[in-house]
Design a protein. Structure first.
Length: 615
C-alpha cells in the first residue's frame, strides 16, 4: 500500500469492467483542466488509447469520437473560478459546455474541494455495477504524489439499504444544490437523483485485508465533526498544506506522532507546534519528476510536482484506521470546505504506521522518498499583498450572476456575444489591478472591466464556431506586467443558433475521408482493430505514394461496411451513436455534405435491422 511501484493512472481506473459500458459518470474536483476532461472519455472506450509511454492519444478523430459517445454522460462539479484557461483553444471544448458545473461551498469562507468519481456501468442482461474513486488528485495533468482509492460494487435491487453508503448517497444528491448557475444542472438532475438513490443499495467490495469501510463527506449540512476522532494511540498525518491550529489538535491525539507535509507549508508553522510531532518529514526534491512541462501555467497555481496526497493513519491497540481523500490538515478543510474522506479499518500489523513507512532492501518505498524537515529558527513570512488584492477582486467578480446571449449582426454568418452581469454595485476594481474578460475562443477581443461597463460587454463579430459558454478572466497588475490570476467561468448560453453543432462538426471534419476515419473510430472494438481499419483507408486512398484526390473525396465504403456489420452483431447499441452523427451530418448544406459516397445505401439497411432487433 502506498508504495511508489504500485502506481495506477486515473484513466485506467475509469475503464469499464469487461463486457460493460459507461452509463453515467459524476466527478468532483477543485481545479479543472479542460484538456484533461476532454481526454477522460477515452478511458470509457473498450480499449486502451494510451501509447507505449502511458500517455493518452490526442488524435482529433479519437477525441471527437469519444465526445460523440460520452459528452452527455459525464458531469463534473468543480469550484467556481478554478477552471484553467487552456494554452491552445480547440473546437472540441464546445462539447464540454454541458458537462461542467461550477459550485460553491455553502459555508462562508469555504471552498469546494472533494475529488470523487462515481461511475455507473451497465451491460445487457447483467447487474448494474458501480465504481467509486476517492482521490487526492484534481482533474489536471499535474505530476504530484497523490493517492487514489478504487471501490467496486454491485447494485442489489430490492435489497435493504446499506447504511454505510448513506453519506456517499447524500453527498451526490447535494451536488446540484451547490451549483453557481442552477440552470446548468437541470439537464443532469435526473441522473444525479438515480445514482444517489441506487448508491444506497450498492454492495461495495472491501479492499483486500480491510474489515470496514466508512464514507465521510465534510462541509455539508449535518457534517460538522471531524471523523479523525476516538481512541488514538499514535497518528500519522500526510498533508501537503497545514495550519497551526489543526496541527496542534492533531498533535495532541496520540504519542510519537509523525507529520509529512510540503516544506513551504511547514516553514510557516512555529517550531513549538511542530514539536508536538515526534518526527516531521518532507518529500525529497530528488523524488519529483524533472519535467519542463510541470511548471505552473499561471502564477496563482500551486506547483505541479511534490506532495499532494492527504492521508491520516491512526493506531489504537491492534487496529489501524486510515482516512484518505481531499482534506488537508487545515482549519478550512475540517470547518468550512466541502471535502470527502473514506475511512478504512484493518489490522495494525498490515496497515499500521510502521508498515506504511517501512524501508525495503533494494526497493524504492514511500519511506525512501522522505527526508527529515529541518525547521527554520523563525517562521518564514511571505508577502502576499498583491495576491490578496487579486483574491478580493476575484471574490467581487464572482458575486455577479452572469449570462451570455447570442445576438445577430448585419452579416448573416456572424454573431454578437453579449455577456451580462447581474448584481449589486459597479464593475470597478482597485486602481492597482486591471481585470480583463474575453470569450475563450477569441483572446483578441479582451476587454477591461471598469465602472463604465454598466453590466454588459459585447464581443463581436464571432463566427458560429467561435460562440462559447466559457469566458476567460485575467487579473493583472495595472501596469500590465504581472498576471496574478486567470480562470474560466462556464456561463449559461442563450440564443445559440440551431445549426451550431453541425457547423462545429463541419469545421472539425474537413472532408469525407476524415468522416470515414471518425466512423471507424466509433465502431472499432480494439486499438488493433482501429489501426487495421485505418490502414485499409490509407491503402485505398494512396496511389504510387501520392494521394488519389478522387478517392479522397469519395472514400470507398468497404471497410465501413465490414465494421457496421460486425457492430450490428456484437454491439448493436453502439449504432445509436453513429445515428446521431449521421443526423447531424445530413443537416449540412448539400455543397458541404461530408457523408461518404454510397454511405446511405449501406447504412440504412443496417440501422433498420438494429432498430428491429432493439425496438
Amino acid at each position: 500500500m502506498l508504495q511508489p511501484n504500485d502506481r495506477r493512472h486515473l484513466f485506467e481506473s475509469l475503464r469499464p469492467p469487461e463486457g460493460y459500458a459507461l452509463d453515467y459518470a459524476i466527478g468532483t474536483t477543485f481545479t479543472l483542466e479542460l484538456l484533461a476532461l476532454l481526454t477522460a472519455p477515452l478511458a470509457f472506450t473498450t480499449f486502451d488509447w494510451a501509447d507505449e509511454d502511458g500517455h493518452l492519444t490526442r488524435s482529433p478523430q479519437a477525441l471527437l469520437a469519444t465526445m460523440q459517445q460520452y459528452a452527455d454522460r459525464i458531469t463534473i462539479f468543480c469550484q467556481t473560478g478554478k477552471i484553467a484557461i487552456p494554452k491552445n483553444h480547440s473546437l472540441l471544448y464546445s462539447y464540454l459546455e454541458g458537462s461542467v458545473v461550477e459550485v460553491n461551498a455553502s459555508r462562508p469562507g469555504g471552498i469546494f474541494h472533494p475529488k470523487v468519481w462515481v461511475l455507473r456501468f451497465t451491460a445487457p442482461n447483467q447487474p448494474i455495477l458501480y465504481r467509486c474513486l476517492c482521490l487526492s488528485r484534481n482533474l489536471t495533468f499535474d505530476r504530484s504524489w497523490d493517492t487514489m482509492l478504487v471501490l467496486d460494487g454491485q447494485l442489489i435491487k430490492n435489497s435493504k439499504e446499506v447504511a454505510t453508503n448513506r453519506p456517499l448517497s447524500d453527498f451526490v444528491a447535494s451536488l446540484p444544490r451547490l451549483a453557481r448557475n442552477p440552470s446548468l444542472v437541470e439537464r443532469v438532475q435526473t441522473q444525479v437523483d438515480l445514482i444517489a438513490t441506487e448508491l444506497q443499495r450498492v454492495q461495495f467490495e472491501l479492499p483486500a485485508g480491510f474489515e470496514q469501510l466508512l464514507f465521510h463527506p465534510l462541509g455539508l449540512q449535518g457534517n460538522s465533526k471531524s471523523p479523525i476522532a476516538g481512541q488514538i494511540d499514535r497518528l500519522l498525518v500526510v498533508s501537503p498544506f497545514v495550519s497551526e491550529k489543526r496541527l496542534q489538535q492533531l498533535g495532541q491525539q496520540g504519542k510519537r506522532n509523525i507529520l509529512i507535509a510540503r516544506p513551504e507549508a511547514l516553514e510557516q508553522i512555529p517550531p513549538t507546534t511542530l514539536g508536538t510531532f515526534a518526527q516531521c518529514y518532507q518529500i525529497s526534491p530528488a523524488a519529483n519528476p524533472e519535467d519542463a512541462d510541470a511548471a505552473p501555467s499561471t502564477p496563482t497555481q500551486a506547483p505541479l510536482v511534490g506532495l499532494h496526497a492527504k492521508l491520516y493513519v491512526a493506531e489504537a491497540g491492534q487496529t489501524a484506521r486510515i482516512w484518505t481523500g481531499s482534506a488537508n490538515a487545515t482549519d478550512a478543510a475540517f470547518e468550512r470546505n466541502v471535502e470527502f474522506l473514506v475511512e478504512l479499518v484493518g489490522s495494525k500489523q498490515q496497515f499500521g504506521i510502521d508498515t506504511l513507512l517501512a524501508l525495503h532492501d533494494h526497493e524504492v518505498s514511500f519511506r525512501s522518498l522522505l527526508e527529515p524537515f529541518i525547521p527554520p529558527s523563525e517562521p518564514i513570512l511571505i508577502d502576499d499583498s498583491l495576491q490578496d488584492l487579486a483574491q478580493l477582486a476575484e471574490s467581487k467578480l464572482l458575486k455577479f450572476f452572469m449570462t451570455a446571449h447570442v445576438l445577430p449582426t448585419e452579416a448573416s454568418d456572424l454573431y454578437c456575444l453579449q455577456l451580462r452581469f447581474e448584481g449589486n454595485g459597479p464593475l470597478d476594481f482597485t486602481p492597482d489591478l486591471a481585470v480583463r474578460c474575453y470569450p475563450m475562443t477569441r483572446h483578441d477581443l479582451a476587454t477591461t472591466l471598469n465602472a463604465q461597463t454598466e453590466g454588459m460587454i459585447e464581443f463581436k463579430p464571432l463566427t458560429c464556431q467561435a460562440l462559447t459558454s466559457f469566458f476567460a478572466f485575467e487579473i493583472w497588475t495595472s501596469d500590465g506586467v504581472q498576471k496574478l490570476s486567470a480562470f474560466l467561468l462556464n456561463v449559461p448560453l442563450e440564443g445559440v443558433p440551431a445549426n451550431r453543432r453541425q457547423q462545429i462538426l463541419c469545421s472539425l471534419l474537413q472532408d469525407k475521408n476524415q468522416v470515414l476515419k471518425l466512423l471507424l473510430f466509433l465502431l472499432a472494438e480494439s486499438k488493433a482493430d482501429a489501426r487495421e481499419l485505418l490502414e485499409a483507408i490509407v491503402s485505398t486512398t494512396v496511389v504510387d505514394g501520392a494521394i488519389n484526390h478522387a478517392s479522397r473525396s469519395s472514400p470507398p465504403p468497404f471497410p465501413l461496411l465490414e465494421a457496421l456489420v460486425r457492430t450490428l452483431d456484437r454491439n448493436p447499441m453502439k449504432l445509436d451513436h453513429i445515428a446521431r452523427l449521421v443526423d447531424d451530418l445530413r443537416q449540412l448544406p448539400p455543397e458541404t455534405q461530408l457523408l461518404p459516397d454510397d454511405f446511405e445505401s449501406i447504412w440504412q439497411p443496417i440501422y433498420t435491422a438494429q432498430q428491429r432487433l432493439n425496438p
